[in-house]
Design a protein around this ligand. Structure first.
Ligand SMILES: O=c1ccn([C@@H]2O[C@H](COP(=O)(O)OP(=O)(O)O[C@H]3O[C@H](CO)[C@@H](O)[C@H](O)[C@H]3O)[C@@H](O)[C@H]2O)c(=O)[nH]1
Ligand SMILES: O=C(O)[C@H](O)COP(=O)(O)O
Length: 326
């Protein structure tokens, strides 16, 4: 597949793929002695996490260890529902984000869960998959691994997909990706136009070399994806980011009022990287106050949310087990 997606994102070498470019058997053959961890961050996803775990285990994890995936790990991120139990019953290794390296402290957030996952996984390649997926397939995993297993110069693989927003009866209301369209893409257009070819900069499904991720600062919240894109481009060049068309993805949607804090997290993470890699100086517990309004008895009443905008330092600076460069 040759598309504007590939040309815009990478230039030169092809960087755009479709999941159908590889079968699991193709990838097992080229995998050699490299290992793969699938990491699923989950906060109150008891309804969907079990299905995500079971399908990945069934398709890729072999009892003799010879499968495409070597471990499926769920990081339970402060869930108050049965997420951890469901994930464990489905066969995943389950860790509570707070319980991992407790001496490093804990904050809330998806980025925190991904950062902590580095201390309890061992794969040379790490695939992140959200736990709230509804329409998806295990080709997400093959698609994301393909470029990393077949190209040494690729460090980060981003998912690309159609992401319809469905109404209660399952009809398409409009396109999803509201923070992508209204925040991430405009920011990239203004500050980093060389990255305009990244179709889904915020996609929650991505894969990365452990050795690369371990050198990145990681925003604790939803800034984790835009940060990985910017840090990879700054460290290894835009051509180190590949994109894979995975078809269709639907998931649980946020309300507008919870997308505001997400937008703040994306903007803060991006702004810290406006001129290059950054973030080390941000304390993990940093916040930005976001004021939103709702009409109440006294008119428009302000509601201030302390949005977590902190960052974690590169894992390899805080005693991560040694990393093979592969
Ligand atoms: O504190 C949290 C919040 C979320 N999650 C999990 O992270 C995943 C994605 O979270 P979600 O709230 O569903 O994010 P989206 O609305 O889907 O946001 C999109 O955009 C975000 C910003 O880039 C990405 O982080 C998401 O992965 C991407 O799907 C899900 O499995 C959540 O359970 C956590 O583990 N901890
Ligand atoms: O990725 C995004 O832009 C946000 O997660 C919002 O996605 P949605 O509009 O599909 O809910």
């Amino acid at each position: 597949m040759t598309t504007a997606m590939g040309e815009g994102a990478g230039g030169g070498e092809r960087t755009a793929y479709a999941a159908s470019d590889w079968t699991p058997e193709d990838l097992v053959e080229v995998k050699g002695d490299r290992t793969v961890s699938v990491v699923i961050p989950a906060r109150n996803e008891a309804g969907t996490v079990g299905g995500v775990v079971e399908r990945i285990l069934a398709d890729f994890v072999a009892a003799d260890g010879g499968g495409l995936v070597d471990e499926v790990v769920v990081i339970d991120s402060d869930s108050t529902d049965a997420t951890a139990a469901v994930a464990r019953d489905s066969g995943a290794k389950v860790f509570s984000a707070r319980g991992i390296r407790p001496e490093l402290g804990s904050v809330e957030g998806k980025g925190e869960a991904l950062w902590k996952s580095q201390f309890v996984t061992s794969g040379d390649l790490v695939v992140f998959v959200d736990a709230d997926l509804v329409d998806w397939g295990t080709h997400f995993v093959t698609g994301l691994l393909g470029p990393l297993l077949t190209r040494d110069d690729v460090h980060l693989v981003k998912a690309v997909y159609d992401r319809p927003m469905l109404d209660a009866s399952g009809h398409e209301e409009e396109s999803g990706g509201r923070v992508t369209e209204l925040v991430a893409r405009p920011w990239l257009a203004i500050h980093r136009p060389e990255l305009a070819g990244i179709v889904q900069p915020l996609s929650g499904e991505w894969a990365i070399r452990r050795a690369s991720l371990a050198t990145f600062s990681v925003p604790v919240g939803y800034g984790v994806e835009i940060a990985a894109v910017l840090d990879t481009a700054d460290r290894f060049g835009v051509g180190a980011i590949a994109q894979v068309d995975l078809g269709l993805r639907t998931h649980r949607h946020h309300r507008h009022d919870t997308l505001g804090p997400m937008a703040v997290q994306v903007l803060v993470a991006a702004d810290r990287r406006r001129v290059g890699p950054a973030g080390e100086q941000a304390a993990p517990a940093s916040t930005v106050g976001l004021t939103q309004y709702a009409r109440g008895p006294a008119g428009f009443e302000p509601h201030v949310t302390a949005v977590a905008t902190g960052e974690r330092p590169p894992a390899d600076t805080v005693g991560m087990p040694s990393v093979r460069r592969r």
